[in-house]
Design a protein around this ligand. Structure first.
Ligand code: NAD
Length: 348
């Protein structure tokens, strides 16, 4: 048992009502001029939450994919108001803006996640330009403090919750067979899948079930931890490639995941056994497929905008510079995987 374990320094405050400690978290950092970041749709709610904050400005134009032009506008706003801290309230897209500002300015970020993307726990940043997304890892972008308040997720629509939760399960699943995984991360990954797989059906049935919301947010914290220090593999590579074809992030993760697990099934038996345990005894690929179906999520890449004519190109890009993966990444089986995901076939 040889491994390297790295622990990242983010302070985490978890629990219903924890948002009330936001101003105190900012004060702990010694910050006095906060730039508050949100998407346009959530702007009013976020301003209400920020009452009592030492606010210097608001940037409420966060959008998906962190396009460089909008990132530049956010950076300019941070400079203009002389911000000494960014507070992001929202999902992975909003957190992406805090990270992009931190990347060029080293401003500290306090994140209040309201989806299950896990981005708040990672050093991974991404900025898109001309249809391509550039990503990297940099400790500067890691939020200094994260407040997880399940009450803020009660309004997250069932379909968005389900897809975002499957995205989090994907982080855990790949951490279990990461070439640089370790014993602690595997414990977190197993527990993360268990928490999310049991919470998501409850949330879809009753979106305001606070216990279900709490369990899902707990699972997403663990999921974020799992990808914060280990590498992702074929599944994330495929989703990254498909993102370049304009497919939505969380739904793509959800659809591809069972097929990626089927691809790696025989090459990662220990990871598969742990996933099976977390799913209450169901095999990884089939169990995740059934979960996705139970949640009412789209099952076919065809349903979320993928064109059949692009499958071969996607497979070629995916095998060009593959991430380390338990099973060798080869064109023909990767194309077969993509075809299965395109058609939404139940893994055999
Ligand atoms: P998102 O942030 O785009 O949010 C999805 C939708 O939900 C948006 O319309 C948003 O306004 C809405 N929303 C968010 N919280 C809500 C709430 N509580 N109530 C009602 N509506 C709410 O989606 P996401 O899946 O969280 O993030 C996806 C992005 O995050 C992608 O760009 C992806 O690349 C990135 N990501 C990054 C990392 C990383 O480590 N850097 C990890 C995972 C995802």
């Amino acid at each position: 048992m040889n491994f390297t374990y790295v622990s990242l320094p983010t302070r985490v405050v978890f629990g219903a009502g924890s948002i009330r400690g936001l101003a105190a978290e900012v004060e702990r950092l010694g910050a006095k001029r906060v730039l508050l970041i949100s998407t346009p749709g959530r702007a009013e709610m976020v301003r209400n939450l920020a009452k009592g904050l030492a606010l210097a400005g608001v940037f409420d134009r966060a959008v998906m994919h962190t396009p460089l032009a909008v990132v530049e506008a956010a950076r300019e706003e941070a400079r203009k108001v002389n911000a000494d801290c960014c507070v992001t309230v929202g999902g992975g897209s909003t957190i992406g803006f805090g990270k992009a500002i931190a990347l060029s300015s080293s401003l500290p970020v306090v994140a209040v996640p309201t989806t299950y993307s896990g981005s708040e726990m990672t050093t991974i940043w991404g900025v898109s330009e001309g249809g391509a997304k550039k990503t990297g890892r940099d400790p500067k972008v890691l939020p200094r403090a994260v407040l997880y308040d399940p009450e803020l997720t009660l309004g997250l629509p069932a379909a968005v919750s389900a897809a975002s939760g499957m995205n989090a399960i994907a982080h855990c699943a790949e951490a279990l067979y990461a070439h640089d995984g370790n014993a602690i991360i595997s414990l977190m990954a197993e527990e993360g899948i268990r928490a999310l797989a049991s919470a998501l059906p409850r949330i879809v049935a009753h979106p305001s079930d606070i216990e279900g919301r709490t369990a899902a947010l707990y699972g997403s914290w663990l999921a974020g931890m799992t990808i914060s220090t280990t590498s992702v593999a074929l599944h994330h590579k495929l989703c990254h490639v498909l993102g370049g074809f304009g497919l939505p992030h969380a739904e793509t993760h959800s659809i591809v995941l069972p097929h990626a697990m089927r691809y790696n099934q025989d090459a990662a038996p220990e990871a598969m056994a742990r996933i099976r345990k977390s799913l209450g005894g169901q095999e990884a690929a089939k169990g995740l497929y059934e979960l996705e179906r139970q949640l009412g999520l789209p099952m076919r890449l065809a349903d979320i905008g993928m064109k059949e004519a692009d499958l071969e190109r996607a497979a070629r890009i995916a095998v060009e510079a593959p991430y380390p993966n338990p099973r060798k990444v080869e064109y023909a089986p990767v194309l077969a995987l993509l075809r299965d995901a395109y058609e939404g076939r139940r893994p055999l």
